[in-house]
Structure formats: C-alpha cells, structure tokens
Ligand binder design. Structure first.
Ligand SMILES: NC(=O)c1ccc[n+]([C@@H]2O[C@H](COP(=O)([O-])OP(=O)(O)OC[C@H]3O[C@@H](n4cnc5c(N)ncnc54)[C@H](OP(=O)(O)O)[C@@H]3O)[C@@H](O)[C@H]2O)c1
Ligand SMILES: *[C@@H]1O[C@H](CO)[C@@H](O)[C@H](O)[C@H]1NC(C)=O
Ligand SMILES: *[C@@H]1O[C@H](CO)[C@@H](O)[C@H](O)[C@H]1NC(C)=O
Length: 339
C-alpha cells in the first residue's frame, strides 16, 4: 500500500507541497499568485518538420494521447499556439469533462503566446484565439513563448517583452488566464521583467534535462518564488533526438541502467524523477499509451545521494533545442551564442 499512497512532502523555495497522491497522480505545487499547479505535465509539441517549421498535426494522435493521459491520472497539459495542437487538446479535455471523468477545475491547461503577437494590444486577442481553439473559457497558465518578437514572416521586430507583459497582465485581470508566466528568459531578462511590473511571472518554462540542469536559473527562480517547468526533459537521451554533438548519456548508458534497475524503474523514469527532485515540473511528451504510463509513474520512490551525484555529472550547459539559426540577431536573444 505504501506504493499507492506515498506521501510526498518537499520544499521548493517559496513553493511548499504536501499531499497524498495515488501512483500516477502528481502532487501539486503552490504558485506565487495563490494558484496551484500539478508538478508533472504532458507535452504536446510534435517537433520540428526539418524545414524550419513545426510538424503539423496529421492525425488525432494528440487528442487520443490527452484522453489516455487524463484516464491515467495526468492533470496538466502543455500546448502552445505554434504547436497546432490546441484544438486536439481542447477536444480531449472537453470530452473528458462532458463524460464526467474530470471537472474543469481539476485539469491545468497551459498555452503560449507566439512571437508575432508581442504588441501589447495583440496579447488578449491572441489568447482569445487560443481559447476558441481549445474551446475553453480560460487557461490555467498563459506563457510568453520567447522573449524575442518577430513579424509573422519570422524576422525579428524587437518589440520589448516588457510591453508584451502588460498585455499578459491584462489577460490575467480579465480572467482569461488564471496565471501568467514566461518561457526561455534568462536571469537578466527575468529580473528586468520583475522590476517592470507589479505582477511577477508565476512560472518560468525552460529547457531542463541531464545535459542542461540550469542551476543559475533554478536558484534565481527559487529566490523569487517562480516555479520552473522543464521542457525537453529527456534532452538527448534517445538516439532519435541525439546528434553527433550531443554529450552522453543515452538511454542504454550502463551506469544509468544499473541505477534504474536498483530502483525497479526505467532510465526515463529516473531522469524525470531527478528533475522532480530538483524542484522542476517536467512535461515529457509522448503519444504512446505505455509511455504515458511509464513517464508519470515516478511518485513512489526516491533517489539516493549517490544516484544524484551520477545524474548531476552529465550537466554540460548543452542545449538540445537550439534556435540560434532563427533569432540570434535579436537583441532579446536569451542564450549565450557560444554555448
Ligand atoms: N517553451 C518552449 O519553448 C518549449 C520548447 C520545447 C518543448 N516544449 C514543451 O515541452 C514538451 C516536452 O519537450 P519535447 O517534446 O521537446 O521533448 P521530450 O518530452 O524530452 O521528448 C519527447 C520524445 O521522447 C519520446 N519519448 C517520450 N517518452 C518516452 C519513453 N518513456 N521512452 C522512449 N521514448 C520516449 C517521444 O516519442 P513518442 O511520442 O513517440 O513516444 C518524443 O520523441 C513539448 O512537447 C512541449 O510541450 C516547450
Ligand atoms: C518581413 O515582414 C516585415 C514587415 O512586413 C518586412 O518589413 C520585412 O522586409 C519582411 N522580411 C522578409 C525577409 O520578408
Ligand atoms: C532590478 O531592480 C533591482 C533593485 O532595484 C536592481 O538592483 C537591479 O539592477 C535591477 N535589475 C535590472 C536587470 O533592471
């Protein structure tokens, strides 16, 4: 029974968490605006199409995955305007609500503002467009997808994210987004944003995985009560994502396999558990039912100090998602160019 009713109690800066979830159901963390967020979510980005764009949805795979995820116990879904998956997420969530399987207030839905809608007056209309696709009256979290602003043809136009943030605050005041936050901001940009407004971001979503453990950003966020969501949590773990430049480990790394076996878990589960223990909210994407179950089944064990030493040793400040070729010319480009 201890496996089913494992008590998770931990402290993430200002974010306290104490709950008794069944296996497969993530505990919740408190946000700096009083709302709470499940500490684990489902990603729904289908990846790059190899032609400088995003894979378009060609089947109902995301809709089916979101339905299965909710059945399994997922209560947090991450989408974005630019993923072209908002409609499928909305269909699945509304079906589950209609069937009485969940209530609207039990699911946490995140979407994001795209770069070509950064003018203050474009933010609320763009969120309304996303809400129409999602067929929802509000989202739980609305994120600025990048600090960079572009025209719709993808060339940079340098609208200041401080202006964009004023539109985000309006969206929150209107109740269209319960919480607001940002993605892909660096420490300086976060600090400048916080200085510019009475409303601090509740969440920072950035890449976090074994090769990019983001100690500095996590520390800054902890100090300012900002919750960190970790995207691309598997980094280059799977050969399908790794390039010839990607540092180790791969999923078959002997030391990681040994560690996982010791806990009766898989290597992907060990990685997700590690992020969770760092205080990061992982949002792994999969459209496969067995993997949906595997990924969320991380709330019934704990890593040992020596496990964490090994996992920490893979930190290389290496990005799996590299968008230099798109926007490095922007004065708001957030990452170091020689990384
Ligand atoms: N804010 C941002 O700028 C930003 C950027 C990138 C991503 N994100 C968000 O973060 C989410 C996650 O990141 P991501 O999609 O880049 O990468 P990810 O979740 O680290 O990896 C997804 C890949 O891993 C595979 N996979 C998932 N679970 C697996 C398992 N247990 N065993 C083996 N393979 C597995 C998936 O394939 P299958 O689907 O075939 O299982 C998919 O190819 C995105 O979907 C998106 O919602 C946000
Ligand atoms: C992109 O659009 C802007 C605004 O319409 C225009 O000034 C710019 O020349 C365009 N750039 C390219 C590469 O088409
Ligand atoms: C933000 O405000 C603090 C306190 O006034 C100041 O020390 C800091 O330099 C400011 N940071 C930025 C990036 O503007």
């Amino acid at each position: 029974m201890w496996k089913l009713y494992y008590i998770v109690s931990f402290y993430v800066g200002a974010v306290t968490c104490l709950s008794v979830p069944p296996a497969g159901v993530a505990p919740k963390i408190k946000l700096n605006d009083g709302n709470s967020m499940p500490a684990f979510g489902l990603g729904t980005w289908l990846g790059f199409d190899g032609k400088g764009g995003v894979h378009k949805v060609t089947s109902d795979s995301v809709e089916k995955a979101v339905e299965a995820a909710i059945d399994i116990g997922y209560r947090h879904i991450d989408t974005a305007y630019i993923y072209f998956t908002e409609e499928q997420v909305g269909k699945a969530v509304n079906k589950k609500i209609k069937n009485g399987d969940v209530k609207r207030e039990d699911v946490f839905i995140t979407t994001k503002l795209w770069n070509d809608k950064h003018a203050r007056q474009d933010v609320v209309p763009s969120l309304r467009e996303s809400l129409a696709k999602l067929n929802l009256e509000y989202v739980d979290l609305y994120l600025v997808h990048w600090p960079i602003s572009t025209y719709s043809n993808n060339t940079v136009n340098e609208i200041d994210y401080v202006e964009t943030w004023q539109g985000m605050v309006e969206a929150k005041k209107l109740g269209l987004a319960r919480s607001i936050g940002v993605c892909n901001f660096n420490v300086q940009q976060l600090e400048r944003l916080i200085n510019s407004s009475d409303v601090a971001p509740a969440v920072l979503q950035v890449e976090v995985n074994l090769n990019l453990q983001q100690e500095q950003l996590r520390q800054f966020s902890r100090d300012h009560g900002i919750a960190v969501m970790g995207y691309t949590p598997f980094g280059s773990l799977f050969p399908s994502k790794a390039t010839s430049n990607s540092p180790p480990p791969r999923v078959d790394d002997p030391e990681l396999v040994k560690l996982a076996n010791r806990h009766g878990k898989t290597v992907p589960q060990i990685v997700l558990r590690y992020l969770f223990e760092l205080g990061v909210v992982p949002i792994p994407k999969t459209v496969k039912k067995e993997r949906l179950m595997e990924n969320v089944d991380i709330f019934d064990f704990e890593l040992q100090a020596e496990d964490k030493d090994l996992l920490k040793s893979f930190d290389r400040n290496y990005r799996t998602i590299d968008l230099r070729s798109f926007w490095a010319t922007s004065k708001f480009y957030p990452f170091e160019l020689d990384e």
